[in-house]
Design a protein around this ligand. Structure first.
Ligand SMILES: [Zn+2]
Ligand SMILES: [Zn+2]
Length: 477
């Protein structure tokens, strides 16, 4: 309602041909009461049962660490592109406390600092953007800031701290969130990418968690998850850890993942082009690793499901020519009644979400008889759904991958092709899989005939990943 009033007000003020152009699209203009071109907002998709589909990204970088845009610019991008929630997850830092950057010498502006600042001022205005000139008082303040990350910001590098230089303040989340958040329409969530030998995102974190270290990938995952669950228990706030990009620098194998009992989420698709989602000749794809992990957990260890996230890991927002990790490549659609962090985390923990790089589902559900999916069709696009799972009695045996000299490589081992079998391939927009009785789990991947425009890899088609459900052969444990 507030946006509609703003819209009406700006029409009355005769401000806006652009607004008028949006009027017949059904989108709500969004200008935060600021000057400049109003943008659009996509309302959430309602379901018959009172829930909504909320679109969100849980892996986002800004200039608080190594993203190349000011945080409000990043949030603005997502809100304008149909998202309802966004977790800001910078490396080893929370966006709180004082942090100043040199607008052009900060290395993460990647040579485009002047453009980034100009765009920031154009969008939010001189009244919003905070700058200051380095003087003796500021130098003394900066010397008191501990180096490194954490809470309370980070120090400006010494070589950028020169008397008379102008710096820009990065606003903390709690200073800018009110510009964007609207009840039932848009939500910001504090997050952190704990950046250790491996990376773990924590969505809805309260207190900064430093990297916990560990001997090897598995122990490092375990130690970081333990720190998250300790904080969650102590502070009583649902927070959700997930393992980031397991194939980045080939740091994590399936054998590092499946024994970690409290691992519940990992990124099966990360839009950053260095994340090696599809593996190579020596390394398994993330989908193959997912099937190995699910089979070993459900069939051998009696552990729970692990859900697969599709996320951006966005760093590059358009000022610099870098496009290695643009926003909008992967997201989650979460089904819940309310748009609050608690409801979203609980829904995802219940598997009540799917991941997407373009395909939209209107519904999915499972019961003791099978798994049904409803795809929201797009004109001229066709859909193929593969139901994938492993049957009870599969061989859990594996053998190491060796190089030409016979040396064992530190990569995911080779497993039986009884793991991750394509149980059925169904064309059309209402695919359903009927359990046969011996499935440990079933998941689904929907592939459309439509090219993914801002692709992760050339040739990608738009996809959706439906979360695994337990089959009849894996009774609840
Ligand atoms: Zn990372
Ligand atoms: Zn990241």
């Amino acid at each position: 309602m507030k946006s509609t009033l703003t819209f009406a007000a700006s029409l009355i003020a005769g401000l806006s041909l652009i607004n008028a152009a949006h009027a017949h699209t059904g989108h709500v203009p969004m200008d935060y009461g600021l000057d400049g071109a109003p943008e659009t907002y996509e309302p959430p998709r309602p379901n018959a049962d009172g829930t909504y589909w909320w679109k969100g990204n849980l892996h986002t970088h800004t200039l608080w660490s190594d993203g190349d845009a000011y945080p409000e610019m990043v949030v603005d991008w997502y809100k304008q592109h149909g998202y309802h929630f966004l977790a800001l997850s910078d490396h080893n830092i929370l966006s709180e406390g004082n942090k100043w950057i040199h607008p052009t010498e900060n290395r993460y502006t990647r040579g485009a600092g002047a453009a980034a600042l100009r765009d920031y001022i154009d969008r939010f205005g001189e009244d919003w953007v905070e700058t200051r000139v380095v003087d003796e008082i500021f130098l003394a303040e900066q010397r008191a800031v501990p180096p490194g990350g954490g809470s309370g910001g980070r120090r400006v590098p010494d070589e950028q701290l020169r008397l008379g230089e102008e710096l820009v303040r990065l606003k903390p989340l709690n200073e800018f969130r009110q510009l964007f958040e609207e009840s039932g329409r848009f939500l910001l969530i504090q997050a952190e990418e704990i950046t250790d030998y491996i990376h773990v995102n924590v969505t809805n974190i309260i207190e900064f968690i430093p990297p916990q270290r560990g001997d090897g990938a598995r122990e490092t995952i375990e130690n970081n998850l333990a720190a998250v669950y300790e904080q969650r228990e102590r502070l009583g706030q649902p927070m959700m850890p997930h393992l980031n990009h397991p194939n980045w620098r080939w740091r994590v194998t399936a054998e590092d993942m499946f024994p970690v009992e409290n691992l519940s989420f990992f990124e099966v698709y990360n839009g950053h082009r260095n994340s090696q989602n599809y593996g190579d000749e020596t390394h398994k794809s993330l989908e193959r690793m997912w099937d190995i992990v699910l089979s070993m957990r459900l069939g051998e260890l009696g552990y729970g499901l692990v859900y697969g996230l599709g996320l951006d890991d966005s760093h590059n927002y358009g000022q610099s020519p870098l496009d290695v990790s643009r926003p909008g490549r992967g997201w989650v659609m979460v089904r819940s009644r309310f748009l609050t962090p608690e409801q979203l985390v609980h829904a995802m923990e219940a598997g009540d979400f799917y991941s997407s790089s373009g395909v939209t589902l209107s519904w999915f559900e499972s019961d003791e008889t099978g798994l049904s999916i409803e795809i929201e069709p797009e004109e001229g696009v066709t859909y193929t759904t593969k139901f994938i799972g492993t049957r009870k009695g599969f061989s859990p045996d594996s053998e190491p991958i060796v190089d030409e000299e016979g040396n064992v490589l530190p990569v995911t081992r080779r497993y039986s092709d009884e793991i991750g079998v394509v149980l059925a391939t169904v064309e059309g927009t209402s695919p359903r899989y009927e359990f046969e009785g011996d499935e440990l789990y079933v998941r689904a991947r929907v592939i459309s005939s439509k090219d993914k425009v801002d692709y992760y890899k050339p040739g990608d088609k738009e996809k959706a990943w439906v979360q695994p459900v337990r089959g009849p052969a894996a009774a609840e444990m």
